[in-house]
Design a protein around this ligand. Sequence first.
Ligand code: ADP
Length: 397
Amino acid sequence: MKNSLVLVLNSGSSSLKFALIDSVNGDTLLSGLGECFGLPEAVIGWKFDGQKSEEAITAEDNHHQHAINRIVKLVDDLGFSEQLVAVGHRAVHGGEKFTSTVRIDDEVLAEIDKLADLAPLHNPAGAKGIRAAMAAFPALPQFAVFDTAFHQTMPPKAYTGAISRELYEEYGIRRYGFHGTSHYFVSREAAKMLDKPVEEASFISVHLGNGASVCAISNGESVDTSMGFTPLAGLMMGTRSGDLDPGIIEFLMKKGWSQEKVFDTLNKKSGFLGVSGLTSDARGILEAMENGHEGAKLAFEVFTYRVAKYIGSYMIPLSRLDAIIFTGGIGENSLPIRREILNNLKLLGFVEDVQGNEAARFGAAGVIAKSDVLGAVAMVIPTNEEFVIAQQSVALL
Ligand code: ADP
C-alpha cells in the first residue's frame, strides 16, 4: 500500500471544496463540496467510487470546522487515513512574500492573515479552512499553494501600474495575477506533449472558466498575466467585467451609485451575464445564440474578440511562441468559442485543425490549430490544480 495521498482543500467564505488525491498519478479517490456555510441549509456532498452522497450540516456555528471534521471521519471510514501524508491548501493571495509552495506554521499563517488586506474576500476564508484543518489533522503537515506564486517572476514593467509609485509603496498596489497553479500545470504538460524542456518553451496560456485569465510564459516562467491587483482585471468572465475604463466608476458614483453597487455590478452582474442579460454560463450562451438570442450572440462576440486581442498582445513579451494553450471549463470543452478565437487570430497564421479541435473535448488534450507563420500550435490541455497542490505538498515533505 502506498503512502502518497494528499487531502486538497479549497476554502471559500461560504464553501469548501475537497479532494483526496494520489500525488503520484493524480487520481482523485474522493471529492466533494461543502456549501451554503453560515446558512441553515449548509450541506456537504461527496463522490466516491462513482457514488454521490450528501448530508446536512446541522451545527450552528463554524461550518468550515464541522465540514472538515466530517471529512476526517469520511477519510477514516473509507480506510484512507493510513495513506494520507499531507493536507494541501489552495491559498489565493501570497502577495510578494510567497513565491512558491510553503509548509504552514504559525508564522506562515500570520502572513496569510496579514495579506487579508489585499484579498479581503479570499484570504480570511482560506485561513479559516487552514485553522480548521490544523485542528482536525494535528499530526499531518499542511502546505499552502498560492494562486499568485507562479506570477512572481513577472518583471517590474509588467507588474507596475502606470500610477503613482507611492500607491505601490504604501498599499502594495501592483499586478499580482491569479490562476497561477493552472497556468503552471498546463505549461508543464504542454512542454511534455511537445517534447521540449519547459525551461526552453514559450507559451500563451489561456484559462477560460467562470474566472478567466491569460498568461505569457517565457522559458517556463510567467512574464505577464491579465488578472491584476484583483481577479477583476483582464478578460471578460462569467460575471466579471474584466478591463474597463476606470472613468466609468467615477461616472456611476456621480450618478448616485454606491461603491457597493458599482463593485457588485462589476464582479457579479457583468461579463457573460451582463452583456447577454441571460446567463453567466457559457453553455447557456451558446444554446441561446443558436436560438437567435441577440444578447447571447453579442456576449459571445465580445468574449472571443477580447480573448483574441489579449493573445495577440501577449506576443509582445515573448521572443518566440511554441503554443497557445486553452484550458478551464470553456477552454477544455467549448468548440465554438475556441473556433471563434482562432478565427480572430488569422493574421498570426493560425489555421484550425478541424478534426483535432473536435476531438479535444471532455478531458482529452490535443493540438487544435497550427501557424506556419509562427512555427507554433494551439492546443487544449485539461487543467488539474489539485494534482499540482498534491505533488508540491509531497515534494516538501
Ligand atoms: P471555475 O472557474 O468555476 O472552476 P470551470 O473551469 O469549471 O469554472 O468553467 C466553467 C465554465 O465552463 C462555464 O461557463 C461552463 O458553461 C463552461 N463549460 C463547461 N463545459 C462546457 C461545454 N461542454 N461547452 C461549453 N462550455 C462549457
